[in-house]
Design a protein around this ligand. Sequence first.
Ligand code: GSH
Length: 227
Amino acid sequence: MADDGEVKLFGTWASPFAFRVELALKLKGVPYEYIQEDLTDKSSDLLKYNPVYKKVPVLVHRGRPIAESQVILEYIDETWKTDYPLLPQDPYERAMARFWARFIDEKFLSTSWQAACSSSEAEREKLIEEALGYLKVLEEQQHKRLLGGNDTIGFLEICSSFVAYWIIVIQEAAGVDLLTESKFPNLWKWAVEFQGCPAIKQKLPLPEKDRLVAFFSAMIEKIKRYK
Ligand SMILES: N[C@@H](CCC(=O)N[C@@H](CS)C(=O)NCC(=O)O)C(=O)O
């Protein structure tokens, strides 16, 4: 694909949100420059481009910044209309993809991360119960939509990479049990498929698990110390 103006992605290697954007750019075949941020010492460019949240990922296209991974994915899909659409063409299916992606971020992701970082046993148990409830919803209703029985990776699958991979890493780092094969066989099977999916292996391999576990263990310990 021709270079459609300058594209820069501010991210960091362990971020599930930056991974989403990088995978979308790779699937679309959009050339970009990756700027690796150190979140303990954020660059002045990151603070300039995302003054509201001061977080990665930020996509800068022709000098204009866009923050928030789901917003960025939609921008990418609308800007680079290649033969690889990320969102479904059908309006109802498109609405469903957005609905479930939002459910994953606003419900499961935030609750499971709080559970991983909680230093109070009682609070942690409560959050684990809540997160398991969200997984039950995904297990019963959602695994069929994910991957859809083929190797297509679209908006929802990209956003679901947190469930298919990062949560398995984070729960190991934090010593909590959330997504397990015995509790959620459908989701587990789908997560294994997702990790082995050729499109991911070829375009953007998932970050190495041991390295991620070590990274998140250290991060979780640090967060607990400062609570
Ligand atoms: N809702 C945001 C979440 C982004 C986010 O939490 N990024 C983390 C890295 S995984 C970050 O930059 N954290 C830095 C900070 O909180 O100071 C998205 O979807 O992009």
